[in-house]
Design a protein around this ligand. Sequence first.
Ligand code: HEC
Length: 99
Amino acid sequence: MRIILIPLLLLLFATGYSTGHSGEGQALYEHHCARCHGTDGARGMFGAKNLQKSQLPDTAIALQIRNGKRIMPAFKKKLNPDQINELAAYIKTLRKPAI
Ligand code: HEC
């Protein structure tokens, strides 16, 4: 039984890990960003920009997460570059197509 179970668990872990990437962006966002930007990106607490309407390109998003801007804190000491990329990718999924 054990012999079958171990590879099965490894397989589950491996697939969970490879698909788990976007999930990580979301978890990071909900932990670090949602209190100002809201889970849907539109909350606007403390004057936070509406992320559904943001047009910033990836490089500018990453820069702003690293360094912050006015009320928005800098995250370069809390998040590594991979996590910042995950976040940049995730917040773009919050965008609504312009009508
Ligand atoms: C303390 C509240 C606060 C937190 C926490 C916060 N932000 Fe912000 N965010 C702001 C404010 C305020 C602005 C507007 C800054 C300005 O231009 O004056 C902003 C702007 C932005 C912008 C720029 C949007 C645009 O189009 O100009 C992005 C992108 C962004 N935040 C992403 C994030 C991400 C990702 C996180 C989490 C890692 C985060 N923010 C956490 C308050 C916050």
